[in-house]
Design a protein around this ligand. Structure first.
Ligand SMILES: Nc1ncnc2c1ncn2[C@@H]1O[C@H](COP(=O)(O)OP(=O)(O)OP(=O)(O)O)[C@@H](O)[C@H]1O
Length: 469
């Protein structure tokens, strides 16, 4: 008999049993062709070939008309399903093609006792956009997600993909996010400004889109009140604070949101000065290189936060809702590392201590901050943990995505250093929220100078359309 020393059989499970198991796991794949086949046979027996052909043709025409007449519903309902079925059954995630890929990338495991090869199983393929496949994988026995992590470059080459990222699921399973082509082919226009404060949700402010075609939002309240944006010069960092401010526009107009801006480069945010708190919470580096005003504004922000905290304590409550009395405060610090040059001890420690103070207290007093930096070097590593939400746009070195987004971010697919230079890639990067550690590829909406002036105009037309939520 074919047994081994442990008493187990050397024979693998019979192919007919494996086929039956497969059928149980994929009931739709059995039911669908059966229904279509028997339906077609029924039609043939009742109405003959002409009748059956007409009904089938009418059905196909119906789908084609849907496709042409109502792109929105077709693209959101039918297209992802058709695409996913096509990718699953005609693409590289099945049968010989999948096994060849696993063999070529060392992801197949030999079962020495049984003399069989074990392959990771594809459970499901989703394709919400034409650019990205989500491949749900059940790894082979004894195989972990790390085995895939270490083979990502080969898998990417094997699938001729632009990039692959991995997202763990429960019970050792995971999703392989296969970006086949660049999802962002067009500049995303600046976010619409809501008319009324009650329409604004500061926990879900639109910033752009993610690689699956979903809205990409960021929060400026509660535990996600602090946002760090890193990226090389010209990567499009300013798009993020500007998109957030457009989303908050009616709240700023109605006195429910106070804006504070530290702008050491003197250029980027100068046009926004009229919408800052009292028209004065804007600091830049004076001629001659004196940056004291920037540090003073940071101190003013902390003083405002401490005053608010005292008032909340006097009321004997732990938290208060956003109101005119307790407005949301948004501090924008452009290029945080340059502030270091103006601290007395010329080190990052002073700035770091101030940011840490805001991060520890700001969430209960509604004092949030959005900080950008061009250099994700050691200063950023020091700041990083203060920021629950982080974004890494194009950077120049492969070590930098991990400095911003945290250990293993690059290994999990955040290849921000591989985003090409060129204006068609500005604003593209990786965002990491508090809920999921896994970075998503995103593109920020672009707020042009005109959109910025429109924002100022909207906010300073005080009295117009004034409405407090
Ligand atoms: N989201 C975007 N989409 C498309 N183009 C953009 C986007 N954001 C910015 N741009 C273009 O890129 C240019 C540089 O943008 P921006 O000043 O925001 O970059 P930055 O990363 O802040 O650069 P710096 O470090 O020099 O401040 C803009 O003038 C604009 O033409």
């Amino acid at each position: 008999m074919s047994t081994n020393t442990n008493g187990g059989s050397r024979r693998g499970i019979g192919p007919e049993i494996r086929a039956a198991r497969w059928a149980i796991r994929h009931p739709g794949m059995i039911a669908m062709p059966t229904m279509l086949g028997t339906g077609e046979l029924e039609l043939l027996s009742h109405f003959g070939p002409i009748g059956a052909g007409s009904v089938t043709g009418a059905l196909a025409l119906g789908v084609a008309t849907w496709y042409r007449a109502h792109p929105d519903s077709f693209d959101s309902i039918a297209a992802p399903r058709i695409r996913a079925a096509w990718r699953r059954w005609a693409g590289p995630y099945m049968g010989v093609k999948w096994r060849d890929l696993c063999d070529a990338t060392d992801l197949a495991k030999e079962h020495r006792r049984k003399g069989i090869t074990l392959y990771p199983r594809v459970l499901k393929v989703q394709a919400f956009s034409p650019h990205v496949d989500l491949v749900h994988i059940h790894p082979a026995k004894g195989q972990s997600i790390q085995a895939f992590e270490s083979r990502l470059a080969d898998l990417t080459a094997g699938l001729r993909a632009e990039r692959i990222a991995l997202e763990p699921l429960a019970r050792g399973r995971f999703v392989m996010i296969v970006q086949r082509t660049e999802p962002f082919t067009e500049v995303i226009p600046a976010p619409e400004m809501p008319q009324y404060s009650k329409e604004v949700d500061p926990a879900r402010l639109y910033v752009g889109e993610d690689e699956f075609g979903n809205d990409w939002t960021e929060s400026l309240v509660g535990t996600s009140s602090f946002l760090l944006v890193a990226g090389a010069v010209g990567a499009g960092k300013n798009s993020i604070p500007l998109a957030l401010l457009r989303g908050l526009a009616p709240m700023i107009r109605d006195g429910l949101c106070k804006v504070w801006i530290i702008d050491p480069k003197q250029l980027e945010f100068a046009a926004l000065k009229p919408i800052t708190f009292n028209g004065h919470a804007y600091a830049t580096v004076e001629q001659g290189g004196d940056g004291a005003a920037c540090l003073d504004l940071l101190d003013d922000y902390i003083a405002d936060m401490e005053r608010t905290q005292r008032r909340i304590m006097e009321m004997g409550v732990r938290s208060v809702p956003i109101s005119e009395e307790f407005p949301l405060n948004v501090l924008i610090v452009d290029e945080v590392a340059s502030l270091v040059a103006y601290t007395e001890d010329s080190s990052a420690r002073g700035i770091n201590a101030k940011l840490a103070r805001i991060a520890s207290m700001g969430r209960t007093t509604h004092h949030s901050m959005v900080v950008t930096t061009v250099d994700p070097g050691k200063d950023v590593i020091e700041f990083r943990d203060l920021f629950p939400s982080r974004i890494c746009l194009r950077v120049s070195a492969p070590t930098q995505p991990n400095m911003v987004l945290g250990e293993d971010a690059r290994e999990r697919g955040a290849v921000a250093d591989e985003i090409p230079l060129g204006k068609e890639f500005i604003g593209i990067g990786y965002a990491q929220g508090e809920k999921t550690k896994n970075p998503r590829r995103v593109r920020a909406a672009y707020t042009s100078d005109r959109d910025m002036h429109e924002l100022v105009e909207f906010v300073t037309r005080r009295g117009h359309l004034r409405s407090v939520a």
